[in-house]
Design a protein. Structure first.
Length: 373
């Protein structure tokens, strides 16, 4: 019997490796599962840094301009480049509504291709929060563009149930399917020796390391974490703040603050931490929080997005109100003083990830949805 030809799936994304954010992490995990089921073409920006690619996957990387708007890099290419890719594909699946994603949506509708999108974040809120100026006018403009683009889709995939009413509030009325994200618990695991993990990164093995890993966008609200650390450090000089994912001038060369740029191998950094903090103003799932939990870390987070669904306060983590430095300081002080508590919460955090979240399940759900078309 002749083997059935695989359908060609175009993945259009404005974020991709080696940039290491939530969308890039998501694609890095699910594409290896999807490539056995589809012929995959990825249209993505060409960011600086080392990039190894995927086996048996076509990746077309377009150069980006040197300038950027907040955290967004516009891409250099002709519209016809995207049009040709859409024409040769059976299904179009977008990950964002930046330059690449929005054009892919336009041409998918024009050429009558099945169009699906994964909405990773509340983009109209996220982008405006990352700006220094014109936040309200930009948010207003994006809110107008959002329904125009997403209502072109046949199906929208969302990472948690609570995002559906948020989209419907923006007059996005197409079918929505929930696809929960996962974590690789074999890759993300506790270290054999916490002291050795710290030493490998040049950290004092005797200090309690408070960490954050991810983009340094304004919506991540790292200043709240820093203010809490300053209060803690004044009383407990045996503490270190480890910030991984970018550069922020205010934190350069400060005592017991280590700032590391974007990394494509985050596990050693999680393993060197004693406590993980996510002070975000907005999130959907927060893969970094899930990865930190898989590494056995007690996490202290703001209860935004889907996070409040998998964090059980005082069981596998702690939550604090957005921008509440005082509450964050109290929670950090409690965890720093109580090592057995850190251990218990961290163990529960890992068990939560092991038993309830996996990338294999995520990929299976995505394939099931794509197979409708």
């Amino acid at each position: 019997m002749e083997e059935q030809k695989k359908k060609t799936l175009l993945i259009a994304t404005d974020s991709f490796l080696p940039r290491w954010d939530g969308i890039a992490r998501f694609l890095n995990e699910v594409v290896p599962h999807l490539k056995d089921h589809f012929e995959i073409i990825i249209a993505a920006p060409k960011f600086e840094g080392e990039y190894k690619g995927f086996h048996d996957v076509v990746v077309l990387r377009f150069p980006v301009y040197k300038w950027k708007i907040a955290d967004f890099h516009p891409v250099k290419f002709k519209r016809s480049n995207i049009a040709k890719l859409v024409k040769r594909s059976d299904i179009v699946w977008t990950q964002s509504i930046g330059t690449i994603g929005s054009l892919a949506m336009h041409y998918a509708k024009k050429y009558h291709k099945p169009l699906l999108a994964f909405v990773h974040s509340v983009e109209w809120f996220l982008f405006s929060k990352s700006l220094k100026r014109f936040k309200r006018s930009v948010e207003f403009t994006i809110r107008k563009a959002i329904p125009f683009l997403y209502n072109k889709c046949d199906v929208i995939m969302i990472p948690f149930e609570g995002m559906a009413p948020m989209l419907e509030d923006q007059s996005i009325n197409v079918k929505k399917d929930v696809v929960h994200l996962g974590v690789d618990v074999d890759k993300f695991h506790p270290p054999e020796s916490k002291a050795l993990a710290k030493q490998k990164l040049g950290l004092n093995p005797n200090n309690v390391v408070i960490g954050y890993l991810g983009r340094f966008g304004r919506e991540k609200d790292i200043p709240t974490l820093y203010e809490a650390f300053r209060k803690i450090h004044a009383e407990r000089p045996d503490t270190t703040l480890l910030l991984v994912g970018g550069k922020m001038k205010p934190f350069d060369h400060m005592e017991d603050v280590k700032v590391v740029g974007s990394v494509n191998k985050p596990v050693p950094y999680y393993q060197a931490m004693d406590i993980y903090v996510l002070p975000s103003l907005t999130e959907t799932t927060s893969l970094t929080t899930m990865e930190a939990m898989a590494c056995g870390l007690p996490v202290v987070v703001t209860p935004v997005g889907y996070i409040e669904k998998y964090i059980e306060n005082k069981h596998n983590g702690f939550s604090f109100p957005v921008q509440n430095v005082e509450r964050l300081t109290l929670l950090l002080d409690k965890l720093i003083k109580d090592k057995p508590l850190r251990k218990d919460i961290g163990e529960n955090a890992r068990l939560t990830m092991v038993h309830k979240h996996s990338w294999k399940k995520t990929a299976e759900d995505i394939i099931r949805i794509l197979d409708r078309f």
